[in-house]
Design a protein around this ligand. Structure first.
Ligand code: GTP
Length: 293
């Protein structure tokens, strides 16, 4: 059963990988432009051979009565040129330039470097490893990131170095089957990392914000860390469910002091929203400039 699932998932990832690497190899013009065109397409009218939707939130907005980002906030909406520039960072310039650095748990084991850092946290099985794998699909062979249907497989803080641009950290999931060290290791990490510039808190689009998600959300609020909500697995829900669950994120944002106003909507399977998230990561780590920001 698991084998069969893995095979199917690999096929999907391989299709996505070839679409993605074509996009990157050709510096993406035609695909990005067609993705732009798809912004006018309803998210629920999906077909497997279409280009990824670039900005899922923008697609949803016309169908939602409340503003998805607060009045007065700027929508993060980079130009095609800025997206192309940002995506170059996610392609290895040479073998090993994007690499797994180490798995660690306690402060003294954490790697030292002078790079900006971004962390991905979320409850078990929310899709953290899959998202990192999809963001770095061009370096997949070197990173060899494992994903699993079984919750709680990520047991250490896994560090990935992305050239001299930044470092990404895949944190263990909380909730079901979480490692016993989670509270200590996550707290120590969030408290001590000087170069941590953003934490991405992942929320499953099939559930919206649950009580378990509040473990991570409360933690980043308590430590006063600027964070961004990423809704994962948007391919798994119809638009009405996506909007309903997005509302739980909007509701959380209203009471938050450190949450970025714009949630990012992604699918690691279809690639929807990934180019936008890559561009945002490149922007917050100081690796691309976005006009007007
Ligand atoms: N359809 C769909 N499935 C996804 C997506 N992202 C992840 N999954 C599936 O969700 C399951 C969990 O994904 P992982 O990436 O291993 O989740 P994780 O958060 O790293 O899990 P832990 O190790 O428990 O912390 C796997 O079966 C993935 O294939 C997505 O965008 N769409």
């Amino acid at each position: 059963m698991l084998n069969c699932f893995c095979k199917r998932f690999n096929i999907i990832v391989n299709i996505q990988r070839s679409v993605h690497s074509d996009l990157l190899r050709n510096f993406g013009w035609s695909q990005i432009i067609s993705a732009r065109r798809e912004q006018s397409q309803n998210l629920s009218t999906r077909s497997s051979d279409r280009s990824p939707v670039l900005h899922p939130l923008k697609v949803l907005q016309p169908d939602v009565a409340v503003p998805l980002i607060p009045e007065g906030s700027h929508l993060f909406d980079p130009s095609n040129e800025e997206i192309i520039e940002a995506q170059k960072i996610f392609i290895p310039m040479q073998k090993g330039s994007i690499r797994f650095l180490k798995g660690a748990v306690y402060t003294e084991q954490l790697p030292e470097y002078d790079l900006p850092e971004v962390a991905f946290i979320g409850r078990s099985n929310v899709g953290k490893s899959s998202l990192i794998k999809a963001l770095f699909t061009a370096a997949d062979d070197e990173l060899n990131i494992r994903t699993s249907k079984t919750p709680g497989q990520t047991k250490t803080l896994n560090f990935f170095q992305v050239g001299n641009f930044f470092s990404a950290v895949d944190m263990p999931g909380y909730g079901y089957n979480m490692p016993a060290h989670f509270a200590d290791s996550a707290e120590q990490f969030l408290k001590t990392r000087r170069k941590l510039c953003r934490t991405f808190v992942l929320i499953d689009a099939t559930t919206g914000v649950t009580r378990v998600d509040n473990i991570g959300l409360d933690m980043v609020e308590e430590f006063g860390k600027p964070y961004v909500i990423v809704m994962t697995k948007i391919d798994k829900v119809v638009q009405s469910v996506l909007v309903k669950n997005l509302m739980s994120v909007i509701k959380h944002r209203e009471t938050s002091s450190f949450c970025f106003p714009q949630p990012f909507l992604c699918s690691s399977v279809t690639g929807d929203g990934l180019a936008l998230l890559q561009t945002f990561i490149a922007y917050v780590t100081g690796n691309v400039q976005i006009k007007g920001l």
